[in-house]
Design a protein around this ligand. Sequence first.
Ligand code: ATP
Length: 241
Amino acid sequence: GRCFYFDETTSTNAFLLGHTSELKSGDICIAEYQSAGRGRRGRKWLSPYGHHIYASMFWRLHSDISKASGLSLVVGCSIVKALSAFGVEGLGLKWPNDIYLEHKKLAGILVEIAHSSAQQTELVIGFGINMSMSAEQGGLIDQPWSDLSSLMSMPDKTELLIQLHKTLKTDLQLFEQKGLGAFLDRWNKYDLFANRDVSLIMAPNCVNGICRGIDDQGALLLETDQGIKRYLGGEISLRAA
Ligand code: ATP
C-alpha cells in the first residue's frame, strides 16, 4: 500500500477523491494540517497543527452501493478498537459515526463515495482524532470536545496511525465477508445511547423515543409509541432527550 503524506492539504478526503484512478484499497493520505477539513452535510472539521490525526483511506468494495450501508459504523467500531489497544478508556460511539471520550467528541468520521457501479463501489474513509488540543484551538468548536492528552500515557502518533490502518483494513475485509452483523457486539458495547431517551432531529422534524441499538443494515432502532421504527443515516442527528 501507499501513504501520501502532507504537511498541509485542503482535506485528506479531497486529496484521495481527486486521485481514485491510481489508488488501491488500503492506500492512505495523512496530513499535519487541513485548511478545509470537512464534516458531514457541509460542516467543518477543525484541523489545527499540533500532532492531531487527519487521515483518509481508500477502499474498493466488490459490490454495489447498497452493501455499503452501515460501513461508517464499522469504521467507528474499528477506531475504538485501535484506540482501546493503546489503553484508552471511556470511549463511546454515537450513531451513526462519532467517537466520544468521556461524553465529549474525540473523533469524527466522514465516508464519501468516489464512484459506484453494479460491480464495485469506491470509497474514501476519512477520520480526524484530537490528540492534544489547546483551549484556544478548541474554543472554535461549537460542541463539547475532548482529546487524548488527558490520558496517563499519550500514544505515539505514528504507532497509533499504523494500528488504525491495520485495524481498519482487517475490519473492512470482515465487513465484506460477514456484513455488519459481525460488529453488533462491538457496537453494543460502546453505544452511548442504548436504552436512553433520545431525540432524532431530521430538520425541521424531530422524533422522540428510546434508543434500541442498530440493525444489521446500520439503521438506528427507535422505540416509539407506534412501535419500533428504523432510521438510516444521512441527514439525521441524534441527541440525548
Ligand atoms: P454531530 O456531531 O453534531 O452529531 P455530525 O456527525 O454531522 O454532527 P461531523 O460531520 O462528524 O458532525 O463533524 C462536524 C462537527 O463536529 C462540527 O460541526 C463541530 O460541531 C464538530 N467538530 C469540528 N471539529 C472538531 C474537532 N476537531 N473535534 C471535535 N469536534 C469537532
